[in-house]
Each structure stands twice: as structure tokens, then as C-alpha cells.
Design a protein. Structure first.
Length: 192
């Protein structure tokens, strides 16, 4: 029996967990949420979703990130350039995604309240529509995690600073599919 193109779509998750967390006084990824480090909540959501593989980009809290990555048997990569902004972590993560992967879902290590169902809905929407960029929305506000087709890989390598993929999204706004959710966690990063 021949596999459908939907079955051939491979989607990897990239968890960005390199920042210093300056707005929160530093070292926020280790702060407890429901009795465990915030970063662990994000990793657990990703691991229990429909992602084909997950990698974690560490930086300021490298030891914590590597410990959690080992605990969940996912690969972690240290970004020595993390002080230069989120774009350096995104580019490092993307450089570890092999050829043949269709898209990546970018998750932020300081967003522990995103529901697994939301992540799965983003993945499912990509598999059913082939959309190039998928952004979840709650009450009219855009949030995370964002799915980006690997066709934009070269463009992502050209971004800089603390923007993540925002510039790519602005440039290809006509390719964006917005997914309405009932999940306020897509907006809740922990800064204070």
C-alpha cells in the first residue's frame, strides 16, 4: 500500500531555550511550574505531541536544558552565540534539521501553558492543507508555537537579532494560515 503525501510529511520541533530571561531577572527556565522546571513542561508537551522529532537549543541555562533533554531522550545543542538574540538559536536548531523534513514547529522554552491539543492542531492543519506558515490565534491575538515550512530555511539563515522568524512571516504574510484556538497558553510567556 502506497503512503499518502500526508504520511510523508515530517515535522520536527525546535525548542528555543537559550535566552538569559533578563526581563524575569534571569534563569527563568528553571522556575517551577506545577512542581517542575518551566522548560520541562514545554518539553513534555512537545514529546507527547505528533512531532516526528524534537531538538532543544540551550544557552544561558545549558545544564538544565541538557539534563531535561537527556531525561526525555531528545538531542540538545548549545548555542554559544545566545547573547546575540533568538535568531542565532533558531538558525542553530534549523541547521540540525536534516534534508527531507517538511516543516518545523518553533516552541519557546518560556511558554509552559501551551496545550498539547493546540500543538497537535497546528501539525494536523499543516498535514491537511500543506500551509507554509501556521500561527495559532486566541481571542484575535497571534501566539506560539509557529509552524514554518522548510522552504524558508535559506531565508531564516539570513535573519539576525532577537526577532526569531518574525521577518519571514512579515515577508510571506500571504502564505500564513491562522488557526483559531481556545488556548490562552499560546500567549502566556513567563517574564515576571
Amino acid at each position: 500500500m502506497e503512503k499518502s503525501s500526508k504520511d510523508n510529511m515530517k515535522i520536527w520541533g525546535i525548542i528555543l531555550a537559550a535566552g538569559e530571561g533578563k526581563r524575569a531577572g534571569g534563569g527563568k527556565l528553571s522556575r517551577a511550574i506545577q512542581g517542575k522546571p518551566m522548560l520541562q513542561c514545554v518539553v513534555e508537551t512537545a514529546v507527547h505531541s505528533g512531532l516526528d522529532n524534537i531538538l532543544l537549543v540551550t544557552g544561558y541555562e545549558r545544564n538544565l536544558g541538557e539534563k531535561i533533554a537527556n531525561q526525555f531522550s531528545i538531542k540538545s545543542y548549545f548555542n554559544s552565540d545566545y547573547p546575540l538574540g533568538m535568531s542565532t538559536s533558531l538558525k542553530l536548531g534549523l541547521s540540525k534539521v536534516p534534508f527531507g523534513i517538511s516543516a518545523v514547529v518553533v516552541l519557546l522554552g518560556d511558554m509552559p501553558y501551551i496545550q498539547r491539543e493546540t500543538l497537535e492542531a497546528v501539525i494536523d492543519l499543516y498535514k491537511t492543507t500543506g500551509g507554509k506558515i501556521i500561527i495559532p490565534v486566541y481571542n484575535g491575538r497571534k501566539g506560539h508555537p509557529v509552524l514554518i515550512s522548510c522552504i524558508y530555511k535559506d531565508e531564516i539563515y539570513n535573519i539576525s537579532g532577537d526577532m526569531g522568524a518574525r521577518e519571514i512571516i512579515k515577508k510571506h504574510v500571504d502564505e500564513v494560515i491562522y488557526l483559531e484556538t481556545g488556548d490562552p497558553g499560546i500567549l502566556q510567556d513567563i517574564d515576571y
